[in-house]
Unconditional design. Structure first.
Ligand code: KG4
Ligand code: ZN
Length: 342
């Protein structure tokens, strides 16, 4: 079974080809350099760049996979959540291909894709989750989402908690901008944090005493902004220490909630998904928690599978088909759902 999947939900134009659940190609074109100077993703630029690049990325994915488009059995596409006019580019391309080649179209939720990035297999069939034993807990942390979810079976989810304001990746990006690290700053800031003292600024750990499993980042962001204003011109060491202290508070909040969720729900593993899953300190802390519960921590196989990519969408489509959840849709009726949730 060959699946070709497209994701244009944000600022990466991604196309992947999957054969029997194994990734043959995961091509993408990043737009970051075009959004950088605006300090965030500009929807109109995203739409234009997706439209410009989609055919090139599609051809690259097919070429790398050594697959002819006529041999594709299913097309899959992200229909939400994401930027409306960006999603539209991928959806229109997928509709066009499905009709032209008379193959079904599988609509995929981007966040479900981030969960399935953990089920991805490389072309030799290597992956983390091979013997699937539900239920799992999933922590989804990206530039737009912070969520704790129980995955009871393929396609069956219960949301335990989510952010009340900013997503964790967004908080990383905003703080990074405050201290002059550019956009998107999450990855650079976590590098800076390696040289910093996490105990120099005792930033508040948000929501640590709340009884629910929700997150919040606005108070922490305000606390960092106060310190930045007080310090005035920042030295290299200030930047290292703010990075480390912020990272400590932001990640500790995630870990407190994951630990609480685990004490209330028995699961067979923790799945980590979304761009912030690349954070080394987060991985270390979660590994310790999982060790305490004697369960594995699952991660996307490589860095490309952490951030937005087509292979996670293709893998999600694969399992929808394999588990009998996929029913053919009216292709013309498929519409973007920018606020789609799990
Ligand atoms: O999943 P993703 O690629 O896009 C969204 O769907 O949002 O996530 C991107 C987010 C950005 O906010 C970026 O700063 C953050 O992931 N990020 C990190 C790290 N690498 C990427 N945040 C913290 N530490 C990192 N190492
Ligand atoms: Zn994403």
């Amino acid at each position: 079974m060959i699946i070709l999947a497209i994701d244009t939900s944000c600022d990466d134009t991604s196309v992947s080809v999957l054969k029997d659940g194994k990734i043959l190609s995961n091509a993408m074109s990043s737009q970051i350099q075009f959004h950088k100077k605006w300090g965030g993703v500009v929807p109109s630029i995203a739409k234009r760049m997706h439209a410009e690049k989609i055919d090139t990325v599609l051809n690259k994915a097919l070429k790398e996979a050594k697959v002819n488009i006529e041999d594709v059995d299913y097309f899959a596409v992200t229909y939400g959540p994401g930027l409306a006019i960006a999603l539209e580019v991928g959806i229109n391309k997928a509709k066009e291909l499905s009709k032209q080649y008379h193959k079904p179209l599988v609509p995929i939720n981007h966040m479900e894709g981030h969960i399935y990035s953990n089920f991805a297999l490389n072309k030799n069939g290597k992956g983390y989750i091979t013997d699937i034993e539900f239920p799992y807990m999933a922590l989804l942390v990206s530039g737009n989402h912070s969520e704790i979810i129980i995955m009871k079976d393929h396609g069956i989810y219960e949301k335990l908690g989510e952010t009340q304001d900013d997503a964790v990746g967004e908080a990383f990006d905003k703080v990074a901008r405050m201290i002059g690290l550019g956009y998107p700053g999450g990855a650079i800031m976590s590098k800076m944090a390696e040289n910093g003292d996490p105990s120099r600024f005792k930033f508040p750990i948000p929501m640590q005493h709340s009884k629910d499993l929700n997150f919040s980042y606005s108070g922490l962001k305000t606390a960092v902004s106060r310190v930045v204003n007080e310090l005035g011109e920042l030295s290299k060491q200030d930047i290292y220490d703010i990075s480390a202290s912020f990272q400590y508070a932001a990640i500790t909040e995630l870990c407190i909630k994951v630990e609480k969720a685990m004490s209330e729900n028995k699961v067979n593993g923790l799945i980590l998904g979304g761009g912030v899953s690349a954070n080394v300190y987060l991985r270390k802390r979660l590994r310790e928690i999982c060790k305490g519960y004697n369960i594995p921590l699952f991660l996307p196989l490589n860095k490309k599978l952490c951030t937005d990519n087509g292979a996670m969408i293709a893998t999600c489509a694969y399992w929808k088909i394999m588990s009998g959840q996929f029913e053919e849709i009216d292709i013309d009726a498929l519409d973007r759902k920018p606020r789609l949730s799990l």
